[in-house]
Design a protein around this ligand. Structure first.
Ligand code: NG1
Length: 490
């Protein structure tokens, strides 16, 4: 569409576009008007940055909040996220050469420019441009045309709401659109999960899938290897409230190693179990994901899990020497198979050893909880869903060790203030808590939690974090399931 024409349209016929925005974001007239004003401002900014670009498109890709099923995706066990109304928006214009030129509306992120070429190397670890590169360079065969773009985002970063994957997804769709390619969204989600590992995190496929396939008013149960999705209706009387602990966990930094430790420990734990199965059952089973073991091993049941925890993975922690001995490989083979990171360095043995039993137990239990949670929602059993959320939190805190004192405080107080369920959401080490609330209790819950956390706990325990009282509603909010990524106003 022509940028000047569309700016005029938004001036003259604003009301014409309100319904589309209300449908996408599940919002009221006022919020829809705010979004339209934002689009208008971004279009004007784009015109100033790229005066030569006349034909434009607008892509959006949402962040997500995961209701239950944390760190299960890279183990091929299910998750249950919703897409939220916070998103990445890209105003773009295709160009005839292979150059990508990107400005960020946030002046904290500098201009980036790169070529669609096999020789294009990643920026330094942590650079925001790497997420755009991940979205564009994943398949060089598919297209050669670049684009000029202005990128806007309102998903808090490093908060477990998937700002990074929303940027990868939005960049990929912008690239495909610029080359007139209509992707199959499920296949694209699978590709982009691998593509995002470009930035160095050994993550799974939850975030890209929900950002692409999210549905209004519904959660998605996502299954992996093979990737499939099932829509799950959220009962009308409940809602989900996100609370941001304001403790950031940027996965491009320290939290990346803490995060990567978990997939590494899961893979080692699985191979110890694989080895045991081969010896014990005299069979050729060799599972590549914990989820495959759960789904396909004929003798998988509670007795089998107990046997593993009591007799196979029965130590509190394991040293490299112990694991090498169990697996019957040498230290070099061990390092190359399990500890090699994307940047070519090796993951160091943690000072408290590899916690194989705890990680294995948590992942198996969390995967089973997701299936039970979906049944609970489908049977309108809100109390059970809440109970499973709390169990998930305990597992994340005690076995997977991804909680923080701030998250612990929020979950404890939320349950006292009317939440039926509460748990950390996303990768952990900071970030957000998700709370299940009856809609009728939402207002009083929000007021109590604002007061307890943002006006008391944070000022007392973290004087270095400045709480802007005018935007507290950005830190604690009801999230409605929204539509997945795509072109808007096309
Ligand atoms: P967030 O919360 O966005 O950092 C990460 C992974 C997910 C999943 C969750 C934990 C990426 C891009 N995302 O998400 O795949 O493993 O942690 O459930 O690595």
């Amino acid at each position: 569409m022509n940028i000047d024409y569309f700016i005029q349209e938004l001036k003259k016929n604003l009301s014409k576009y309100i319904d589309e925005i209300k449908n996408i974001y599940q919002c009221d007239d006022n919020s829809a008007l705010e979004y339209l004003n934002l689009c208008n401002n971004l279009l004007i900014e784009f015109k100033t940055l790229f005066p030569e670009s006349k034909e434009i498109g607008i892509i959006r890709a949402p962040g997500r909040v995961n209701l239950i099923g944390e760190h299960t995706d890279y183990n091929a066990l299910p998750v249950l996220p919703i897409a939220i109304d916070k998103n990445i928006i890209i105003i773009f214009s295709p160009v005839n050469d292979s150059t990508i030129r990107i400005y960020n509306h946030d002046p904290g992120f500098e201009y980036r420019e790169f070529e669609i070429s096999e020789n294009t190397k990643p920026y330094e670890t942590g650079d925001w441009g790497n997420y755009v590169k991940a979205g564009v360079l994943w398949n060089k065969e598919k297209g050669k045309k670049g684009f000029n773009a202005l990128i806007y985002g309102d998903i808090p970063s490093a908060a477990g709401l998937s700002s990074s994957s929303a940027l990868v997804v939005a960049s990929a769709l912008t690239f495909l659109q610029s080359n007139n390619i209509n992707p199959d969204l499920l296949l694209l989600a699978d590709e982009l999960a691998k593509a995002e590992q470009y930035v160095g995190t050994m993550g799974g496929g939850m975030d890209q899938t929900i950002s692409l396939l999210g549905k209004e008013n519904k959660a998605l149960q996502i299954n992996f290897h093979p990737l499939s999705v099932k829509e799950v209706v959220i009962p009308n009387e409940i809602c989900f409230v996100v609370i941001n602990s304001l403790v950031k966990a940027p996965k491009t930094k320290n939290a990346r190693l803490k995060y990567n430790r978990r997939p590494i420990e899961c893979k080692i734990a699985l191979d110890v179990v694989n080895k045991y199965i081969v010896n014990r059952f005299n069979s050729a089973f060799n599972y590549s994901f914990i989820g495959n073991l759960v789904k396909s091993f004929p003798s998988f049941n509670q007795n089998f899990i107990n046997d593993i925890l009591d007799n196979v993975l029965n130590k509190e922690s394991y040293s490299t020497a112990q694991i090498v001995n169990i697996l019957g490989i040498d230290e070099e083979q061990f390092k190359d198979k399990y500890l090699l990171l994307k940047d070519g360095s090796y993951f160091d043995e943690p000072h408290d050893g590899f916690k194989l039993r705890q990680r294995f137990q948590y992942v198996i239990e969390e995967g089973l909880r997701v299936s039970r949670a979906v049944d609970a929602l489908e049977n309108n059993n809100i109390t059970l869903f809440g109970k499973l959320m709390v169990e998930s939190y305990f597992g994340a805190r005690d076995l997977y060790e991804i909680s923080t004192p701030e998250i612990d405080f929020l979950v404890r107080e939320a349950l006292k203030c009317g939440a039926i369920g509460s748990r950390l959401t996303g990768a952990g080490f900071g970030g957000c808590v998700i709370n299940l609330i009856y809609k009728k209790d939402a207002y009083s819950f929000l007021e109590k939690m604002k007061d307890l956390y943002f006006f008391k706990y944070i000022p007392e325990t973290h004087p270095e974090i400045s709480v802007n009282k005018n935007i507290v509603d950005n830190y604690i909010f009801i999230c409605k399931p929204c539509r997945g990524a795509g072109l808007i106003f096309s």
